[in-house]
Ligand binder design. Structure first.
Ligand SMILES: NC(=O)c1ccc[n+]([C@@H]2O[C@H](COP(=O)([O-])OP(=O)(O)OC[C@H]3O[C@@H](n4cnc5c(N)ncnc54)[C@H](OP(=O)(O)O)[C@@H]3O)[C@@H](O)[C@H]2O)c1
Length: 268
């Protein structure tokens, strides 16, 4: 079945105003699927929408919504009207490095709300219609930090493990009804993420910086794995790292990850 027949006529992409989400919008629109773009910065969504309409001849819809708001689902469903979502990309997310106890609790709870509550509500809402239609797809943005427990990024890492588990569980559950679900687990990826995460990637040693992937390659791998795999780790170096970590009893020792993460904190 062609991509557009399986996952069209509309895809809903959260966090589409930047980074990986904007790239998902580009690559999905290039496959002829209309895109509903969700984030808080409306101007960015409208500019991207105009670009995709002229480049690929698809229809687009900009939905300005804060996914931490209690009633965000109503904002999205009202804006969508009768548009039919065949593909959900649960992409919006944020993270903050540093000592867990030095962060204020409200910031940590906000991250939990954005990274877990919002994708749960969206998967539940749009997944129901997909199951009835016996077709569709859901992409959950996890991370390699959701595979390897990551000190100095502990709450973020836990939220990404949650996304990974939800995606992999639903892959089996919804797969029985013809709905494809995949957990996408990128490593370091070029985006605006580091600008908000209290990380200075220039502090990392060169071999580590060399593993930073483009959003294009990450999204390409995610879309390629949809319908085939329950989990996708983009990039050969990250796949090798994940394989090696499985060989070590108990996985990668957390103290090593702790050292690596401390390296990336901005110098005082
Ligand atoms: N970059 C990496 O190294 C990396 C690695 C592994 C996994 N990931 C995951 O990939 C996903 C995308 O991250 P990215 O790297 O593309 O980050 P990014 O460039 O910072 O983009 C984050 C997106 O989320 C949106 N967003 C943030 N808070 C929001 C809110 N309250 N309501 C609605 N939208 C909100 C932002 O838009 P507005 O500000 O306009 O709302 C933006 O579009 C995240 O789930 C992240 O955890 C990233």
């Amino acid at each position: 079945m062609a991509f557009v027949d399986k996952y069209g006529p509309w895809a809903l992409i959260t966090g589409a105003s930047a980074g990986i989400g904007a790239e998902f919008a580009r690559q999905i629109a290039a496959k002829g699927v209309n895109v509903a773009l969700v984030a808080r910065r409306r101007e960015r969504l409208e500019a991207l929408g105009a670009e995709l309409e002229s480049q690929y001849g698809v229809r687009t819809l900009a939905i300005a919504a804060d996914l931490c708001a209690d009633d965000f689902l109503a904002t999205i469903t009202e804006a969508l009207g009768t548009r039919h979502i065949g593909l959900l990309v649960n992409n919006a997310g944020s993270g903050m490095t540093g000592e867990f106890l030095d962060h204020d609790l409200d910031t940590e709870l906000q991250m939990l709300t954005l990274n877990c509550r919002a994708p749960l509500i969206l998967a539940h809402h749009f997944g129901a219609r997909m199951r009835d239609d016996r077709r569709g797809g859901i992409i959950m943005l996890a991370s390699i930090a959701g595979i390897v427990p990551t000190p100095m990024f502990s709450n973020y890492s836990a939220t990404k493990a949650w996304n990974r588990y939800l995606g992999e569980g639903l892959h089996e559950e919804l797969g029985r009804d013809g709905v494809d679900v995949v957990s996408l687990c990128p490593g370091l990826t070029q985006s605006e993420f580091f600008d908000h995460a209290n990380v200075d990637p220039t502090n990392w040693p060169a071999p580590m910086r060399a593993t930073i992937m483009s959003a294009q390659d990450v999204v390409k791998a995610g879309l390629k794995g949809l319908g085939k795999q329950s989990q996708v780790v983009p990039g050969l170096s990250y796949r090798m790292l994940m394989r090696m970590s499985r060989l070590a009893p108990g996985g990668v020792p957390p103290w090593i990850i702790d050292r690596v993460m401390r390296f990336a904190l901005p110098k005082p």
